[in-house]
Ligand binder design. Structure first.
Ligand code: SF4
Length: 203
């Protein structure tokens, strides 16, 4: 191309399009939260794990999307309790304690589907119930006899860690610490700013 020829690879805008200003609600980070922490009776035994002080701390800073992996995967309320077991091949299994029914595939498929859906709609972080075999960041890992042999992320958290490691994940126990709340919000705001194309508030 001659030096004086115009370069046509980049077309200038022919009309000015002003970006729409986001209102304060729209620019808040979107946080998917375990539904039982919001006070919904979705646990295996039909109870909740309402965390009112956590909700009060964050309700003016984020927008919540309640999720319950086990109910949304189709397991119903009430349902028999499950645990994460170390399988014979070294991979972890999600097993119903009494019947030995294996829900590993069911929860893994749900987790992949749900995370894709949340990312398409826009999500900037997760607050998930501690020690749940689906939601817990560090849940008990047992052998087939129920003897504890370690810890493992729950099946929904595993999917986030593999497919979206940039998104912050916290549980309600960590967020009793004000510093952890601050750190979580900072990361979630940064993710929201990247998603919305607004200036990052990483401070
Ligand atoms: S811990 Fe997760 S899967 Fe269990 S009831 Fe709460 S939201 Fe549902």
């Amino acid at each position: 191309m001659h030096a004086t020829e115009p370069y046509h690879g980049f077309q200038p805008l022919t009309q000015t399009t002003k970006p729409r200003m986001l209102n304060s609600m729209e620019s808040m980070p979107v946080i998917a939260i375990s539904q039982c922490l919001m006070g919904h009776a979705v646990r295996y035994d039909g109870t909740d794990k309402h965390a009112p002080s956590l909700l009060l701390t964050l309700e003016h800073a984020v927008r919540f999307i309640p999720i319950c992996p086990e109910v949304e995967a189709g397991l119903g309320i009430p349902r028999p309790p499950m645990r994460i077991e170390l399988g014979n091949t070294g991979s972890n299994r999600l097993v119903v304690i009494n019947s030995r029914e294996d829900h590993t595939q069911l929860l893994s498929d749900y987790a992949e589907r749900k995370l894709n859906e949340l990312r398409t709609d826009g999500v900037d972080g997760f607050i998930l119930k501690a020690r749940s075999p689906s939601c817990g960041k560090a849940s008990p890992l047992t052998n087939a006899d129920g003897k504890r042999v370690g810890v493992s992320p729950g099946f929904f958290v595993q999917e986030i860690q593999c497919a979206a490691p940039e998104l912050p994940v916290a549980d309600e126990e960590e967020l009793r610490d004000d510093k952890k709340v601050e750190e979580f919000l900072k990361q979630a705001r940064h993710c929201a700013a990247l998603r919305l194309g607004t200036p990052s508030q990483k401070r």
